[in-house]
Ligand binder design. Structure first.
Ligand SMILES: *Cc1c(COP(=O)(O)O)cnc(C)c1O
Ligand code: SF4
Length: 351
């Protein structure tokens, strides 16, 4: 290809899905292809052009590469790791529908994603199979219709925003028709990792009269919030869709105070309210990413002093076995003292 090539004849860069393609892009060593093919046979691989463009191939610790480029250590499972780390199976009431808390359900609409995160808590199921069949979706909608206590439906996956606008529009319309469902929340990485997919058609598909639509945006490093990602997030907010964030605390990616602070500030600039900082789940082959909870707490303390209240997420652990998410600190209150954001203790009659 040279400068004489007509623009329409140039192929748009494609998502990288095979170790050989990653090697051709300079992201893995050719000698590692065979070992990584074994990993890829077990856990899906996908790296979008937007994310591939952010990687510095010369940096062996690149925080974007760490999230998406497979590593041979993924086949090493530690004793505490589990195939279903957050206990989805314990509360699956219909195929693809998890009812863990009284007022909300989680629907796994699709099982594919635009990228595959190497630390994914659902890595044993994402990237395999077709997602929900029409019959399973009908059964899930019937369950929601039969449970008046359910006021919120969280649409997850996989990444629901890889579904076609037509499928999303039909789902939102079906949920809007249920009188007791007031809120639909989509959890997605698409606006950040494939911002070009956030089209007017997609945004229109997410909206319906009589129901509040929220979108939770997953991103883990400030570099992910490119100009294109900012523009995609602005299209959503300007369409009247409120955004919240979720981030996984990841060793080597965002486990230092300045990176986390910059990420949270970038969310706020993009009009995304920081919501959760997830302690990394015990997903198989992900030990290289996990910090201790004590490290997470000290990072949260550093954030408290450093950035606006708007930029503070809640640090949560999803308790293995399906017992739900709980905040895991830090805690500032002692028996008769309270700690300020600088770490100094003050008397406070707490009792
Ligand atoms: C995470 C999760 C939710 C949502 O929890 P929030 O605290 O409301 O964000 C709901 N159901 C299941 C099964 C979940 O895993
Ligand atoms: S986008 Fe979400 S569901 Fe998909 S691989 Fe990443 S963490 Fe898992």
């Amino acid at each position: 290809m040279n400068d004489m090539t007509p623009r329409h004849a140039r192929k748009a860069p494609a998502t990288l899905r095979h170790p050989a393609e990653l090697a051709a892009a300079g992201l893995v060593a050719p000698g590692d292809i065979a070992a990584l093919e074994q990993v890829a046979a077990r856990y899906a691989v996908a790296l979008t052009p937007a994310m591939a463009a952010l990687i510095d191939p010369a940096d062996p610790r690149d925080p974007i590469a760490a999230q998406f480029v497979p590593a041979a250590t993924e086949l090493m499972i530690t004793p505490e790791e589990r195939a279903d780390p957050i206990g989805d199976g314990a509360h699956e009431v219909s195929p693809g529908l998890i009812h863990r808390y009284p007022d909300r359900v989680l629907l796994k609409l699709v099982s594919s994603c635009a990228v595959y995160c190497r630390f994914c808590f659902r890595r044993e199921t994402v990237g395999q199979g077709e997602g929900l069949s029409p019959a399973a979706l009908d059964a899930a909608l019937a369950y929601v219709g039969d449970h008046p206590g359910v006021s919120e439906v969280i649409v997850s996956g996989g990444d629901p925003l890889v579904a076609s606008p037509r499928r999303l529009r039909d789902l939102v319309a079906a949920l809007a028709a249920v009188p007791h469902v007031a809120v639909v929340r989509f959890h997605t990485r698409v606006p950040v990792v494939a911002p070009e997919r956030v089209s007017d058609e997609l945004i229109a598909a997410l909206k319906a009269d009589g129901i509040a639509i929220w979108v939770a945006i997953h991103a883990n490093h400030p570099r992910e919030l490119t100009d294109d990602a900012h523009a995609a997030l602005a299209r959503l907010v300007d369409a009247g869709i409120p955004l919240v964030s979720q981030t996984v605390l990841l060793r080597g990616v965002n486990d230092d105070a300045e990176t986390l602070a910059e990420l949270m500030r970038a969310f706020v600039r993009a009009r995304v309210k920081p919501y959760y900082l997830h302690h990394a789940d015990l997903a198989p082959g992900t030990a290289r990413f996990r910090t201790t909870i004590a490290e997470g707490q000290s990072l949260m303390k550093a954030l408290r002093g450093r950035v606006s209240g708007l930029a503070q997420p809640t640090y949560v652990l999803d308790i293995p076995g399906g017992h739900g998410k709980v905040p895991v600190g830090p805690n500032y209150l002692g028996d008769d003292t309270v700690e300020d954001y600088r770490g100094a203790l003050h008397d406070y009659p707490n009792g």
